[in-house]
Design a protein around this ligand. Structure first.
Ligand SMILES: CCCCCCCCC[C@H](O)CC(=O)SCCNC(=O)CCNC(=O)[C@H](O)C(C)(C)COP(=O)(O)OP(=O)(O)OC[C@H]1O[C@@H](n2cnc3c(N)ncnc32)[C@H](O)[C@@H]1OP(=O)(O)O
Ligand SMILES: NC(=O)c1ccc[n+]([C@@H]2O[C@H](COP(=O)([O-])OP(=O)(O)OC[C@H]3O[C@@H](n4cnc5c(N)ncnc54)[C@H](O)[C@@H]3O)[C@@H](O)[C@H]2O)c1
Length: 725
């Protein structure tokens, strides 16, 4: 491949008169402009050659196409690439050249046909696929819309309701379902794919198979009135589920236009809207997240050293409580044999019971068969001692947060486990160097910080000390991938990245409430901003025991910037400790529905009298924007400290940690991306002002002060970071 080009196509004309065009752009044959312009040239040639009767499009190396090259969107956003004329690709090339050609085209789909890949195939006159192929239009997930005719052709091939489901959920269907929906014409084994597609194309020429132009089909479309009702319902649902995003509604506009005014007008609307969405802030955020999520596994000095992950054949977990049972579930679900160690029979049985319950819930929901359940459970063995640890490749300790207990366990592990065995701890706050103090195994000690519930939450913080070997990190990154987590490698400190960022968020909320702000209005503003719930609802969910234990660690380690509120301890004293006790900041009914509690005022007033805080009329009447700034700018401040200290290697890793560990809205691009969209100068000036009025909790750190003074982006690489890694 020419080093300046990004991808290409090749065309081979067979003796049978079929031109086979192969999309080549590893790793997923994405449709870059180079690929698309090459495809256009191939078509022009094939259509002008007398020896070509029909065309087959396929993808190299078992993948049809993962869609439009997403980096093209970033380039258009940055202005480093010029946007082609609106509709040039979808109308001029895909519709007028390919679909309207006098020679038929057949798509031969192996592996995946996503986004623009599926759209290209839908413009062909038939689609043949292999059994495992995935077919979908996931564009909305990226903040864009299907822009190569997908909003017009998919409803015409599979019906309006199914098309809306596929587009709005971004979920792909498998080939078999695609076949029954009418999206795929035949499913054949991989080895027969090309021969079947060639034959099918010639059969169309010879009129033995129908010549179907997807764009002109109408048989699957409902009558206009019904279609309008379906679309109205879809709009309502979309407004509810994605209130802060415009592009899903814009996508529905294009879809509706095609149904009401015909597919050509629909294509034009799609092209117009497709171009507009690229510059939306939410789209910039989502595209940043796509690449950042894939970037977390690229760790300078670790993953660029040619190290191969070692095979982890067996894992042991110590502690079958909330976290240990969740981690065990995640591991056995990915076929790792697991030993679960507990202190006695009763606790062991309870731990195994929790794993069982996690899997049974899948069986109940129909996402796991009974057979698979039995098979998965058979990978889990219980133990009360270390004898069975002699051949394990990795241990994950998940006992209660107690330093001396963890130290004793690690000393025992060194005695019983083989020398190559990775010794990981799931501690949320404790310094790993302290945990390993009584061993000589510092190079294989690492943090494997899962989030609760561990079998559901997608983030895994891999915590390395100055001694952890690169090989151990590479091994854990591989395990993370296999158990379908997004790993973020961070340095060793109290709270690591996520909990350090989380803490000022809840602290700021307590600060505001002690000065007269309404906790329910804070929760409402934060939910509207896009967090799954507000800080007070979250404290109730986590439980006050955990909240106090975490706060204690932060007060000990970062006393200068901890706001010591008594609201939670006072409620805890009265045995109202959050959702589990049915009372916390909210009251909970039998269905765990939260409702505000007028009695909360009493605790707030008492806490206020202890801290000596006064009601501040300005803070009583905060706007939603001000609430967001006063709760999230302290988070940005802490994220800056984490970045400056080298706890996170890249700002984008903090974006992913915030999204996956805190529930920060992905369409805002993550904490650092969002901060940069507001500007370091403004954030610095607000924090500086608040720190002068309200104290050191808001004091901007040196990194933020430095970048803020120049208005420099917070996410730009740290040159002189004091590496803690
Ligand atoms: C207005 C003018 C502009 C022109 C008009 C545009 C009109 C838009 C047309 C179209 O409708 C829009 C689209 O098609 S948007 C793209 C839709 N496709 C997707 O959303 C798929 C995204 N990819 C995935 O979901 C997954 O990557 C996968 C394909 C399922 C593969 O998953 P797997 O786990 O195996 O591998 P990953 O680690 O995810 O990816 C491997 C590497 O491949 C890169 N990559 C994947 N897909 C794309 C892509 N579409 N474009 C560019 N790069 C892609 C990914 O980044 C990884 O790269 P690394 O460098 O990290 O290895
Ligand atoms: N709860 C969370 O949300 C969360 C999130 C991330 C990390 N963590 C961390 O995970 C760890 C475990 O937390 P948890 O919430 O699962 O606690 P938990 O109390 O639910 O479970 C701990 C389990 O460890 C067992 N145990 C104690 N000593 C043991 C020993 N010597 N051998 C075997 N088992 C032993 C206990 O019997 C108990 O079942 C802690 O370090 C915590 O900080 C917790």
């Amino acid at each position: 491949m020419d080093s300046r080009t990004k991808g290409k196509t090749v065309m081979e004309v067979g003796g049978d008169g079929v031109a086979v065009i192969t999309l080549i752009n590893p790793p997923v044959n994405s449709l870059s402009f180079d690929v698309l312009y090459n495809l256009k040239s191939n078509y022009e040639e094939a259509l002008s050659r007398n020896d070509v009767k029909a065309i087959v499009i396929t993808g190299a190396k078992g993948k049809f196409s993962g869609g439009f090259d997403i980096s093209g969107f970033s380039e258009i956003q940055k202005g480093t690439m010029k946007e082609p004329k609106v509709g040039f690709i979808s109308i001029d090339i895909i519709t007028d050249l390919l679909e309207a050609a006098r020679k038929p085209s057949v798509a031969a789909i192996d592996g995946l046909a996503l986004g623009g890949g599926l759209e290209l195939s839908m413009a062909c006159h038939a689609r043949i696929s292999t059994p495992g192929a995935q077919l979908g239009l996931p564009e909305l997930q990226l903040g864009v819309i299907p822009g190569f005719g997908g909003t017009q052709r998919l409803p015409r091939l599979v019906g309006l309701t199914k098309a809306l489901e596929m587009i709005l959920t971004s979920k792909p269907v498998r080939a078999e379902e695609g076949h029954s929906l009418g999206l795929i014409d035949a499913v054949v084994p991989s080895a027969e794919l090309l021969t079947t597609a060639r034959r099918w194309a010639l059969d169309i020429v010879e009129r033995r198979k129908p010549w179907i132009t997807s764009l002109l089909k109408t048989d699957k479309l409902p009558p206009l009135g019904e279609a309008r009702e379906i679309l109205k319902f879809a709009r309502g649902q979309t407004r509810k589920q994605a209130p802060n995003m415009k592009h899903p509604l814009m996508c529905l506009d294009a879809l509706e236009m095609g149904i009401v005014s015909g597919p050509r007008v629909g294509l034009e609307k799609e092209a117009e809207v497709g171009s507009q969405v690229i510059s939306l802030d939410t789209t910039k955020g989502l595209i940043h997240v796509f690449f950042s999520q894939r970037g977390t596994v690229k760790v300078p000095g670790v993953t660029d050293r040619g190290l191969m992950p070692r095979k982890i054949k067996k894992v042991a977990i110590i502690g079958g409580g909330l976290m240990g049972s969740g981690i065990a579930t995640a591991l056995i679900l990915s076929n790792y044999p697991v030993i679960l160690k507990e202190v006695n029979e009763k606790f062991l049985e309870a731990g195994i019971g929790r794993v069982k319950a996690n899997l049974q819930s899948r069986v109940r929901k129909g996402s796991m068969s009974k057979e698979k359940f039995e098979k998965t459970m058979s990978l889990l063995k219980g133990s009360l001692d270390y004898e069975s640890f002699r051949d394990v490749d990795m241990v994950i300790e998940a006992v209660i947060e107690n330093i001396s207990l963890k130290q004793q366990i690690f000393a025992d592990l060194e005695k019983y486990c083989p020398q190559h065995c990775i010794l990981a701890s799931n501690t949320s706050t404790i310094d790993l160097n302290k945990i390993g103090e009584r061993t000589k195994s510092q190079d294989r000690i690492v943090g494997a910080h899962f989030f609760s519930p561990a079998h559901v939450m997608p983030l895994l913080e891999i915590v390395r000390t100055n001694h952890t070997s690169a090989q151990v990190i590479v091994d854990l990154l591989d395990v993370g991938k296999k158990i379908k987590k997004t790993p973020v490698v961070v340095g060793n400190c109290t709270g690591f990245a996520v909990n350090r960022m989380f803490f000022p968020y809840t602290q700021a909320a307590m600060f505001l409430v002690e000065r007269g702000a309404d906790p329910y209005l804070i929760d409402s503003a934060v939910s509207k901003f896009g967090m799954p719930m507000g800080p007070f609802r979250l404290c109730d969910l986590v439980g006050f025991g955990v909240a106090i234990a975490t706060a204690t660690q932060f007060i000990e380690n970062f006393p200068e910037r901890t706001y010591k509120s008594m609201i939670i301890p006072l409620m805890q004293e009265d045995k109202r400790a959050g959702e589990a006790t049915r009372k916390g900041f909210y009251l909970y009914d039998d269905k765990r529905k939260a409702k505000p509690d007028p009695e909360l005022k009493k605790y707030i007033e008492k806490a206020r009298s202890i801290s000596g805080a006064n009601v501040d009329p300005k803070l009583v009447k905060l706007s939603e924007k001000e609430i967001i700034e006063m709760t999230f700018f302290p988070v940005v401040n802490e994220a800056c400290r984490v970045f400056a200290e080298g706890i996170a290697v890249k700002a984008a890793d903090l974006d992913i940690a915030a999204i996956m560990g805190m529930g920060f809205p992905p369409y805002r691009g993550g904490i650092m991306f969002w901060a940069d969209s507001i500007g370091s100068k403004y954030i610095y000036s607000r924090l500086d002002e608040w720190s002068k009025t309200y104290g050191d909790f808001f004091k901007p750190c040196a990194f933020l002060a430095e970048r803020g003074s120049k208005g420099a982006p917070l996410s730009a690489p740290v040159e002189q970071a004091r590496s803690r890694l």
